[in-house]
Design a protein around this ligand. Structure first.
Ligand code: DGL
Length: 255
């Protein structure tokens, strides 16, 4: 059975992989972490487009994947519109799957990488599809490197979270989108700093709904293979800490 390829710069896409393996246990998955270029949030649109193109090309042409999932908002915001016509396999990103689920919101907060926040792509896509409310995007550049370190209780992470989320004291929101797939790993911290009535949107759930529309029913038991573009030993350690998974991680240098 052809695999589904999922990618991110690092561990963030594991939050999407987890949802997908639970919903589709019969599928084969390949997870690729582009650890050589981590973090994506401080890269240019051209760089992110090139990385995303190389990864999807590898999935389609080398791994014979039937579908690619950009489990990365930065790639979804900056690259997918440019690259999706270059491939015959479907590519699902993190932004379009949210479209049917935001219309009740009046003011949406989006926490994201600096590159995603600067692009304002979530807001553009939502408004192009009829969203009439307000969107407040906040870049959180220090989150990804700290989350990659894996210490979710660190004082530094708490300090950054308080700083980044303080804007929502004065600018009230009713909905918060996890606009970076790394951030659900620290959802307890984030949600403890915001008022109780906020609706939280983790794209992983809605990505799974999109995948369901495309996939036929299967009955076999699937597998997961892990790859990254540098230091597989380190990624393997992170995988064990975050997911409790003792899987082999192979080096796949796309160049
Ligand atoms: N997890 C990614 C995202 O959703 C990328 C984070 C990064 O590498 O800066 O945007």
């Amino acid at each position: 059975m052809k695999p589904i390829g999922i990618y991110d710069s690092g561990v963030g896409g594991l939050t999407v992989l987890k949802e997908l393996t639970q919903k589709f246990p019969h599928e084969n998955f390949i997870y690729f972490a582009d650890t050589k270029h981590l973090p994506y949030g401080d890269k240019s649109k051209e760089q992110i487009t090139q990385y995303s193109h190389d990864i999807v090309s590898g999935f389609q042409n080398t791994m014979n994947a039937k579908m690619a999932i950009a489990a990365c908002n930065t790639s979804s915001a900056l690259a997918l519109d440019t690259i999706s016509n270059d491939f015959h396999i479907p590519i699902i990103g993190t932004i379009y799957p949210l479209l049917h689920h935001i219309h009740e919101a009046k003011t949406i907060g989006i926490i994201a990488t600096q590159a995603s926040a600067n692009s304002r792509m979530h807001e553009k896509i939502f408004k192009n599809h009829g969203f009439k409310g307000e969107v407040i995007s906040v870049g959180c550049p220090k989150f990804t490197p700290l989350i990659e370190e894996g210490d979710f209780d660190s004082a530094k992470l708490q300090e950054c979270a308080s700083e980044y989320l303080s804007i929502f004291q004065s600018q009230k929101i009713d909905t918060l989108i996890y606009g970076c797939t790394h951030y659900p790993f620290i959802k307890n911290l984030i949600e403890s700093l915001l008022p109780p009535f906020i609706k939280y949107i983790d794209p992983a759930h809605y990505i799974a709904q999109e995948v369901k529309k495309i996939l036929p029913q299967e009955s076999e038991i699937g597998s997961i293979q892990y790859y990254c573009s540098s230091n597989p030993e380190l990624f393997s350690k992170k995988l064990r800490n975050l997911m409790g998974t003792d899987s082999e991680v192979k080096l796949w240098d796309l160049k």
